[in-house]
Design a protein around this ligand. Sequence first.
Ligand SMILES: [Zn+2]
Length: 309
Amino acid sequence: MRMKSHHIALRLLLWAGVFAALLILFKTFGVTAVRAVSDAETVLTVQTEEGPVKMTMAEYLPRAVAAEMPVSFGPEALKAQAVAARSYVLASRRHEDADICTDSGCCLAYRTEDDLRAFWGGDFEANMAAVTAAAAATDGQVLTYDGEIIQAVFHASSAGSTEDSAAVWSARPYLVTVSSPETAETVPDLVTDVTYTPAELSERLGLAPDGPPETWLGDPEEDAAGRVRTLAIGGQTFTGAYLRGALALTSTDFLARYDEDANVFVFTAAGKGHGVGMSQVGARLMADQGWTYDAILAHYYPGTELTAP
Ligand SMILES: [Zn+2]
């Protein structure tokens, strides 16, 4: 028995070696290089609330774009969104038995045709035509970096600059801080206040402070994008990402202050979402200024190439 298990271990080791050698060969000779495929030829398994559904990218993508971006953002922003979403779907594959799911908190938002008819009402035909045109005009196009399709994450809005992926997940050379054109003047609701009484804040964060509220806030430590990396509150240190979730802030780009007269803490956040990759509102503003979708994508995902079938 002992000999036999030893033998099996050796064989496994041998196969592992062969596998590693093949992997190196594939990498060296570019076998993993991307070949973009048309949307009609790309079959996806989409994990919906009713279970997995097979459909082509041509069927899936317009409905995902429709769920992710208002049609009013215009053709170039919609095309940028279509390429970002297509790339994201093909690069992610985070589910074992599906390519993508329809939970916006996990993968991407998605609406069925029935949902869209209810959502758009009398504008259904025109709006569906707009998102379908955005997908068709960019048929099969993906963003690549170093020969691989990128994780083209995106977010609703940023104020001035986007976030580096390293501050939220892990570093990616194409998900770095770049400028974004939104300002409080050009974008209504870009900046929002959230207030908490000292008791509410204590409960949300599980604080046990030993001084009066005016002493609770420390100085925030900011990352290179000017967002909150860490902030001490009531003697405990929290990350900006944790506070964004725990306090329902729209972003980690926030300022905190204590308003003594009202006896509340005021958190003023700018922009919406994780801040990484393309800003959707930024894409709209750039499109309004005459930028085409490929230029918008090159701006928000620096160093990438647009690869067509
Ligand atoms: Zn998912």
